[in-house]
Design a protein around this ligand. Sequence first.
Ligand SMILES: [Zn+2]
Length: 242
Amino acid sequence: MSQLALFEETERITLEQAQRVFAESIAELRVSRTRQPVHVEFYPFVGINHTIRFRDGQLYVRLSDLFQQAPPEVIKALSIILLSKLFRRRIPGAVHSAYRSYVNSIEMKERSLVTRSQRGRKLLAAPKGRHYDLTILFDRLNQEYFESRIQGVNLGWSLRKSRRILGHFDPSHGSITVSRIFDHAETPEVVVSYILFHEMLHAKFATSSNFDLKHRHSRQFKNEEKKFAEYDAANEWLKAHL
Ligand SMILES: [Zn+2]
């Protein structure tokens, strides 16, 4: 999923922290004596899902990206659950309930709904909104910055007013979604164009040979993003209003 860098919330757990939690749990459960690194990544599964597996003596863990904002104790509980399942250990009840209560929390339900609607069924509303027509903005940007080379993209406003996900490019559906929250008279056109431009860059990079799934906002991407004429103004508006 692509989010503007601005929106990548700071309080989320880092991969290093998550790796440390898993290493700690391995030591506590005494499931492995080797001090191999644990590979942890967050993955945009549809809904809540996690995977753990051994490969060549190393552990590979994929956690639902819905857990990126989970408190450390929830990541800890999750690490014990996944390791216990892998090594066929009994999972303590308290660990289960710590995990379940987070999953059940209202916030999680809401986020899960948002992602399901955006990733699963790919529902998006028409590109012509109340205030802005994404097709018009797209065509203008395509001409100005991309030599009209970005073709076959489905545009749409999101069904929900998301503050967390400003825009989204989905390579499998070739679609760009912009959060409906910006289809508003008080949103400057340049801000809508900027979000659209950011997602169009993802569309452009997705078809280029140096596409990098892990570093979607690569240095090259960021340099190109700065070519947007009102880059500073758009970013300042977003910082001030969200
Ligand atoms: Zn992005």
